[in-house]
Design a binder for this molecule. Structure first.
Ligand code: KG4
Ligand code: ZN
Length: 352
């Protein structure tokens, strides 16, 4: 039997410093995720300069540890991959340069991974999702519905016109005085609340296109909080607080449900070879949203794929896996490649 290929993946595009070793048999040999949340907490969001410095100081020891835990030496790795964008440029530079230096000194191929492709392909690592699939990518910086034909072959059907979904969760959490990142905090509070207590607007509902908009929802939640505070005082009663979280989360789930319903209806009529649906990105960790998306997939006879919760948010395993996928279809990158703060999925090189 042929020996599986081993990839090292480095992720440093936001506030997680993460490294992983993954092989082509879909085994995660070792995986370390260091969240910088406590470094950024006092600022209420991620500070790019603080993040870049933290990646710089954390990476060397995480790299040593990831090899130790997998019980392999760097020479045994077949490819070195790193997030080369999109993301906070300081962090992306740190991870890319570390990967390039290792690739050069070990004389191994370097694969520049688009962070969004890392998210998009995770369900192939964890759940064997087959190509082609419809992708809903919902993270702190992105909200897109796409057709994914193969490695590097993406077509956008719709995207957000303003805030990303995760960003909206984070901003609503901030209005409520909840810590960053807001998504998991709102989800926790929502468990205690009534999702139908408040009726928030569902932007763009019933429109023909597949784009999203969340700024109106965010404003409506802010106005509701302010008028409730005028009655109850700054600190809202716990049940009201939980009701806002539950109603906001349910509104987001309804908007995503509607958009995916519209997408799957269109795809079924126009691209009948698409029968799988993948949700990816940090917001895909939200159980209420997962249930809503599972339901719409069931209605349209689509197979629903969602990565395990811990691999929905940023991680190095998805970068190692995307590197392996790209390598296996013949893609390689030169050490001259530049880190990119912006880099859409449609701009990346695809399977040859
Ligand atoms: O994919 P990710 O880790 O980073 C980006 O590439 O942006 O996504 C982070 C985003 C944050 O906005 C966070 O609040 C959101 O994902 N998030 C969630 C949940 N877990 C993380 N949103 C809703 N519910 C969750 N359980
Ligand atoms: Zn991400």
């Amino acid at each position: 039997m042929q020996k599986p290929l081993i990839a090292l993946g480095i992720e440093t595009s936001c506030d997680e410093t993460s490294v992983a070793l993954v092989n082509s048999n879909k085994e995660i040999l070792s995986h370390l995720v260091h969240s910088q949340i406590k470094d950024h907490k006092i600022y209420g969001g991620v500070v790019p300069e603080v993040a870049a410095r933290a990646h710089l100081s954390l990476l060397p020891s995480l790299l040593r540890q990831v090899f130790k835990e997998a019980n392999i030496v760097p020479e045994e790795v077949d490819i070195i991959s790193a997030t080369t964008g999109p993301g906070l440029i300081g962090g992306v530079v740190v991870g890319t340069m570390a990967a390039k230096a290792m690739a050069a000194s070990l004389d191994k191929p370097f694969i520049a991974v688009n962070h969004l492709e890392g998210h998009a392909l995770t369900a192939r690592l964890t759940d064997d999702a087959p190509f082609p699939f419809v992708l809903l990518l919902v993270s702190g910086g992105h909200c897109q519905i796409m057709l994914v034909e193969n490695v590097g072959k993406y077509k956008t059907l719709g995207s957000t016109l303003d805030d990303a979904v995760g960003e909206c969760f984070d901003k609503v959490a901030r209005m409520l005085g909840l810590p960053y990142p807001g998504g998991p905090e709102i989800e926790k509070q929502a468990l205690k609340g009534n999702p139908k207590a408040f009726s928030f607007p569902k932007p763009m509902l019933g429109q023909k296109h597949l784009n999203f908009s969340f700024s109106g929802l965010k404003t409506a939640v802010r106005q509701t909080i302010q008028s409730l505070q005028a009655v109850h005082g700054e600190a809202l009663p716990p049940d009201v607080f939980a009701d806002i979280c539950a109603s906001f989360q349910d509104t987001v789930a309804c908007v995503l449900y509607e958009r995916v319903q519209q997408t799957l209806s269109w795809v079924s009529a126009n691209n009948p070879n698409y029968q799988c649906f993948v949700v990816a990105g940090g917001v895909a960790a939200n159980k209420h949203i997962r249930v809503a998306l599972q339901k719409v997939c069931d209605d349209f006879n689509f197979i629903f794929y969602a990565p395990p919760l811990r691999l929905c948010t940023d991680n190095g395993a998805m970068i190692a896996w995307a590197g392996l996928e790209r390598f296996q279809v013949g893609l390689r990158d030169s050490l001259d490649i530049k880190p990119r703060p912006r880099w859409t999925l449609e701009e990346i090189k695809g399977a040859i």
